[in-house]
Design a protein around this ligand. Sequence first.
Ligand SMILES: *[C@@H]1O[C@H](CO)[C@@H](O)[C@H](O)[C@H]1NC(C)=O
Ligand SMILES: *[C@@H]1O[C@H](CO)[C@@H](O)[C@H](O)[C@H]1NC(C)=O
Ligand SMILES: *[C@@H]1O[C@H](CO)[C@@H](O)[C@H](O)[C@H]1NC(C)=O
Ligand SMILES: *[C@@H]1O[C@H](CO)[C@@H](O)[C@H](O)[C@H]1NC(C)=O
Length: 955
Amino acid sequence: MNHRIQACLLVLCPISILAVQAISPDAGPLYSLRSLWPKTPTSWDNPDPCNGWVGIICNNEFRVISIKLSSLGLKGQLPGDIGSLTQLQILDMSYNKGLNGPISGAIAGLTNLTNLILIGCSFSGVIPDNIGSLQQLVILSLNFNSFSGTIPSSIGKLSKLYWLDLADNKLTGTIPVSSGNQPGLDMLTHTKHFHFGKNQLGGEIPAQLFRENMSLIHVIFDNNKFTGPIPSTIGLLNKLQVLRLDRNLLSGHVPSSLNDLTDLQQLQLSNNQLTGPMPDLSGMKNLNYVDFSNNTFEASDVPQWFSTLKVLTTLIMDNTQLQGSLTSALFSLPQLQSVNLKNNQINGTLDLGYNYSAALQIVDVQNNQIMSVQGHEYHKKLLLDGNPFCSRNTGADPLNYCTNQEQSIPPYSTSKKNCGADSCPSDQVSSPNCKCSYPYMGTLYFRAPLFSWVGNMTYYYELEKTLTGSFKKLQLPVDSVFLSNPRKSSDNYLELDLQVFPYGTERFNFSGLSSVGFVLGNQTIKPPPSFGPFFFIGSEYKAFAESSPTSKKSMSLGVIIGAAVGVFVLVLALLCAGYYAFRQKRRADRITEQSKAFSSCDASSSGSIPQLKGARWFSFNELKKCTNNFSEANVIGSGGYGKVYKGTLSATGQLVAIKRAQRGSMQGNVEFKTEIELLSRVHHKNLVTLVGFCFEKDEQMLVYEYVPNGTLKESISGKSGVRLDWTRRLRVALGSARGLAYLHEHANPPIIHRDIKSTNILLDERLNAKVADFGLSKLMADNEKDHVSTQVKGTMGYMDPEYYTSQMLTEKSDVYSFGVLMLELITGRRPIERGRYIVREVRVKMDKTKDLYGLDELLDPVIVLGTSLKGLEKFVDLAMRCVEELGSDRPMMSEVVKEIESILQLAGLNPNVDSASTSESYVGSSGSHTQHPNSDSKEFFDDSGGYPPCKVEAQ
Ligand SMILES: *[C@@H]1O[C@H](CO)[C@@H](O)[C@H](O)[C@H]1NC(C)=O
Ligand SMILES: *[C@@H]1O[C@H](CO)[C@@H](O)[C@H](O)[C@H]1NC(C)=O
Ligand SMILES: *[C@@H]1O[C@H](CO)[C@@H](O)[C@H](O)[C@H]1NC(C)=O
Ligand SMILES: *[C@@H]1O[C@H](CO)[C@@H](O)[C@H](O)[C@H]1NC(C)=O
């Protein structure tokens, strides 16, 4: 090797490696987050996520290990490529009500994840089936979202799981248990918490769910639709402390094995359809709280255990067919706080005895057969309305036993020191220690407190002490906490408002706040045992010390410098490589050498390149493995440029389409790079996403997300098995228009697609349209703002006549093609069929005085057969404006989007819902992994089938 070249390489390669390594190899997915979310913290403008991005913690190898972003008011979706953060251990995005959309199955790639905490957001869709791949998970909290579908059985494989909280969602189906190779929740022998309340789970609670070797302490299944009997296997859970099965449709006898639960502290079976004899609880020596109300037990005498359960605080048996008389032994249980035996047949004399519990606050025995009251005069609440006692003693009722009194919870709030006359500025709050500041606010929810007398302030004092002490112990910047407004929800949860005040300053900074949010969501802080299990829902914190997450601005100086340095280094490296290649030209094949130099200087040194947003570098071997050695069976398309393979990324389980250039159709390094950069820069739900690329060993490959339902053309022609009715076509038009509008108006620099056609629109599993093939796209450079003069490219029939003649490319050329696409959507015809041009056909046949503009015979029979064609005329009007001769007469894509949205609304549809969820006639299954009927067919991605060729036309 020439010495000068060697020197050049020696000098340049380290620089380029340094420049590359300054950026975390995990930057890609975080860049995706940044570009997907309309608002991000300003520190995220820094090019390196491991350098100062709030909420992100990296290890020594610049790998992201922790993401904590609670209560930041974040909005948007979670990108699929988050799954490539293979070292991530903690992911907490709780309390961001604006975070929505589904959780991609790619999350299974987070193989080191121990804590997944997404409480109180608006995530929806199914919980990914492959969540069981997260083998290290200890805490899984998805509560308070809108997840639907069933509980994935693969959760049973999470052998380290300690905490499983799926409550407050829209989950349906039965609880999965293992059978054969299928895992199930019965395998979770280390899990202590099953919190599934407030869902729509149903079927019987499987007997197999409960086994002797389990560690469960809390089983909370309230407010679901469980039917059938309580399985007798429940008695095997010998560590169980809380059992809430209330507010379901359970029936049958209560199994006698329940009495084996000697550690049980709280038992709620109320509001079911349980029958048979009153259960015997005499073995539950630790029972504090019992509620059996509103069941249809056999009439039974007041049970013995009423007076033997020594630590009982609460006895609730409203409407449970009790009869006979109460003895004073019950009321002398030392910790008893409330007794509610309303709506029964209790008779005889009510004997409160002479040493009833000092803690007793209320005895409610309304609507029974009690004749008289005996014992020490009782000064707490005794409610006897609806008993013969009251009808007989009509006159004097000095203790108000017979008035129907409202039971209210005494107010409480943390006491503040006497702060003197100085008050706080209007938007600040005085802490209990008299410091004016902006507190972090939220609500604590207790699912099963062991007490019922919520008017006893001692509990709250203890809670305050525990919270403050824990924050201090964890060295979090907390001055004090303020609790207020205790209340019971209708389904028997205790709720309390919480304010957490910052220490030493007026406001929390990002990291202080997200740490406070994290310890509350992560169950790091344990309230006093009497409060039982809890969760917290925080509000958005708006008063950060740093500026709050802001809407996207122009790039910061740092980014510009960083990018400029990166480009400079890269250009040098490429020049160097080019020079080296030039000198080697006579001895070796040029392309081979060039790509070797490129990869040795660049790609192999790191998984990422600075200018790439979201896309990552793949090694040849990795792609080889994921396509089963590029086996023919994996080919889903082929053409002049090479072949498209379907593959599964081993790290994430994500399905991808890999476009592999064949020899001879490979492009130069610079062009390839330009294309990757262009593709990686655009992220939109209606654009096919570039997952990554490979540039190695004479190989150029582009890795795209796999879009399961094929091209729009296949669906229109009926080839794909997806039936596109009128409303679905409207949605496809809207999605495509949104994707295109994004390219024109939001990509920076703007991108003209140049080849909009029905084979370049792909449909995902929910039939969302995704615009593909930017291979022919051109950036609109700043100095050519209005048009890009370029060689004419495009597809006959869709091509803008103005562009064709003038060779001046503007975004209005795409609008023209889009207009043609709209006509294709309503007619089901190719743009040029048997020599007839669709635009002319429609223009000639159109008669605005007639119904459907007289276009009946041109319309696709598929849409005519279906529903009413509401909005069709408006749709035709819009299409015809898009295909105006003069570009200046055509609307902008954003205007097209607005028009289609209003047409959808006219048709009574919500423009922001996807089509699979609204039309009934979808042929696929509704799961998240819907297979395209033709996904194995080789024609699925034909040459023009959506995925861009590796070639880019040189300017
Ligand atoms: C991540 O997981 C791998 C494989 O399970 C393991 O070797 C590695 O130590 C883990 N990293 C951390 C930081 O736990
Ligand atoms: C019992 O059912 C009635 C009527 O539905 C309801 O008002 C009452 O709150 C229930 N009692 C309990 C303790 O849940
Ligand atoms: C109370 O009810 C029980 C069962 O219905 C009955 O056997 C008993 O005689 C009644 N006692 C009084 C005092 O009415
Ligand atoms: C309030 O609760 C505390 C702690 O459980 C208990 O010691 C105290 O007796 C209770 N006070 C009343 C009035 O019930």
